[in-house]
Design a binder for this molecule. Sequence first.
Ligand code: ATP
Length: 246
Amino acid sequence: MKDVVLKVDHVGMQFNLSAEKVDDLKEFIIKKLKRQITYKEFWALKDVSFELKKGERLGILGFNGAGKSTLLKVIAGVLKATEGSVTTKGKVVPLLELGAGFDKQYTGKENIFLYGAMLGYTKEFITRKYEEILEFSELGDFINVPVKNYSSGMKARLGFSIATIVEPEILILDEVLSVGDAKFRKKSEKRIKDMFDKGVTVLFVSHSLEQVKRLCDRAIILEHGHIIANGTVEEVSAIYEEKLNK
Ligand SMILES: Nc1ncnc2c1ncn2[C@@H]1O[C@H](COP(=O)(O)OP(=O)(O)OP(=O)(O)O)[C@@H](O)[C@H]1O
């Protein structure tokens, strides 16, 4: 138990899917008042349990809609599980939808402070790290321009530079190894690789089995929100390959 840094315990995540078709807000409110709106229970995750020890790198495999992103969001704390619990030890850095949390009206600089605060960093800490973040992002004078005028690659670069300024205990990656242009990609892969070398614990979602085999030592397969395989990356990728060929 000593080295366990992540414990996912019987996690279930339910979304309410409206079974009605409503065309506008007015119709929705009327139907809602008349109690004509019914919801279909839908569990994107059900009874998901596993543990990760320090330094383990878990690949999460599964077909479209299996619940992979939902699981990462629950672990990152973006979504609250309907049932069960997630316990983490140390700082969790989610590299999910990079830059999605930016306020477009504000400049890159202002967003460094806003986004940093969202990730739990103090103003003093960000002030100390500001130059380093700016340098890594390679945004130059664009840092004083509102984010609404950034390209998607520029936003992702800034998001990555802020999120990885600390060394986290747990790193959550959702196919973000492809942010920015080739040059930035090389740089960001190196930063992630340095974290790997220092023994960070990783959760990684990818549709590329090759990438999962290269980066991870353990894997799980999700199917309709359930874990159907859990083991070494070799064992689990063999099961997944079989599924792919069916
Ligand atoms: N906010 C939400 N409201 C309702 N349903 C949702 C919501 N988020 C996800 N879902 C549903 O939960 C299921 C799992 O979605 P999720 O994005 O976790 O799948 P995934 O395994 O990451 O898929 P993909 O490989 O396509 O990225 C899907 O059926 C999706 O429609």
